[in-house]
Design a protein around this ligand. Structure first.
Ligand code: FES
Length: 350
């Protein structure tokens, strides 16, 4: 990218004042933002000032925008010199931005460039009549219709040497010109006509948008189609649930005074009730001493070895407290922890 700096002093006008139209535009743009945030309108105001100045931004125009937005001059200068949409030197009445990026070059942009050089001269040079100047820029986003140029605010596409020469002639003569494709192409359709997406079924709703038809069917009283099938599957009256479904079984076995009275049983007399509640008259049961002394089993399993015919008691596996290790019988054969295992005098297990 070329160095972007302000035009030489001899090109700069001595003053710049907003026209009434520019001032009205400025007010409208500033009103879009909250008080104190008017700097957000800097780009629209620079754009409008450029338009008023004839397509470029003199130093005085930049300063006028800064004053209008209550911004330091340098802050507005930074914006103006950063964006290539702002021209910092005078341009022709018809400012041509020529796309020199690959797709356009592959489609013949080189020939268009030769026309520019022949008719106008070098870039950034304004013709003697003030009508034309041109600048090579990067892709302008119309690659489908390459090669192309932008003249002021409009695109001119599908250029050839011939139609571009004629375009320049018409502009210079003030004749109306055709914007967009110069070969009659519609938008960005294929240059030799539409050859895809031509099946009529794509547009009759049978494929794309079929869901809409289904929705309409469901919204109407179901007579046919999927909606009818859904309706048919719903029973007209819900079946009653099983009488006991989800409820606890009711039993007749409850033993209540009301039930006993109903069955003819005489109710308990109050005096009997009082006697029954007297603890001193309760039957006393003596505890059996052998039952008390007997420790309650901790579980249903017994880990006591069952004596066999020739069994002899095995040595305890835990030495007696205080017994020196050398005197303690610590031989283990594994039978100690196995229920029902006996060891005979030859130390054989069975
Ligand atoms: S390359 Fe030229 S418009 Fe994109």
């Amino acid at each position: 990218m070329a160095v972007r700096k302000l035009a030489p002093e001899e090109m700069q006008p001595e003053s710049f004042v907003f026209s009434s139209e520019t001032e009205a535009f400025a007010e409208q743009q500033i009103a879009k933002y909250p008080p104190g945030r008017q700097a957000s309108a800097v780009i629209p105001l620079l754009w409008k000032a450029q338009e008023q100045a004839g397509g470029w931004l003199p130093r005085k125009a930049i300063e006028a925008v800064a004053a209008r937005l209550d911004m330091p001059d340098i802050r507005v200068m930074e914006v103006a010199t950063f964006y290539t949409m702002f021209n910092l030197e005078p341009v022709g009445k018809y400012f041509i931005q020529f796309c020199g990026t690959t797709p356009c070059v592959l489609r013949g942009a080189g020939d268009i460039k030769k026309v520019l050089e022949k008719r106008i001269g070098e870039q950034n040079h304004v013709t003697a009549d003030g009508n034309f100047s041109w600048l090579e820029v990067e892709c302008l986003g119309a690659c489908c219709n390459a090669p192309m140029v932008q003249i002021n605010d409009d695109y001119y596409e599908d250029l050839t040497t011939e139609n571009f020469e004629k375009l320049l002639d018409d502009l210079a003569a003030g004749r109306p010109v055709k914007k967009g494709s110069q070969i009659g192409r519609k938008s960005s359709e294929p240059v030799d006509g539409v050859k895809t997406l031509q099946d009529p079924s794509l547009y009759d709703g049978s494929q794309i948008g079929a869901w809409r038809k289904r929705f309409e069917e469901q919204a109407q009283p179901a007579a046919t189609g999927e909606a009818a099938a859904v309706t048919a599957s719903v029973p007209e009256a819900a079946k009653a649930a099983k009488p006991a479904a989800g409820r606890p079984e009711e039993s007749n076995a409850a033993d209540t005074p009301a039930k006993r009275a109903k069955e003819g049983e005489a109710p308990v007399k109050p005096v009997d009730q009082k006697e029954a509640s007297d603890a001193s008259r309760a039957t006393k049961v003596e505890a059996r001493t052998e039952d008390v002394a007997k420790p309650a089993p901790q579980s249903g399993k017994s880990y006591v070895t069952t004596p066999g015919k020739d069994a002899v008691p095995t040595s305890p596996t835990t030495p007696i407290a205080g017994t020196p290790p050398a005197q303690a019988e610590t031989r283990h054969n594994g039978s100690e922890s196995k229920p029902g295992v006996t060891v005979d005098k030859d130390n054989k297990t069975s």
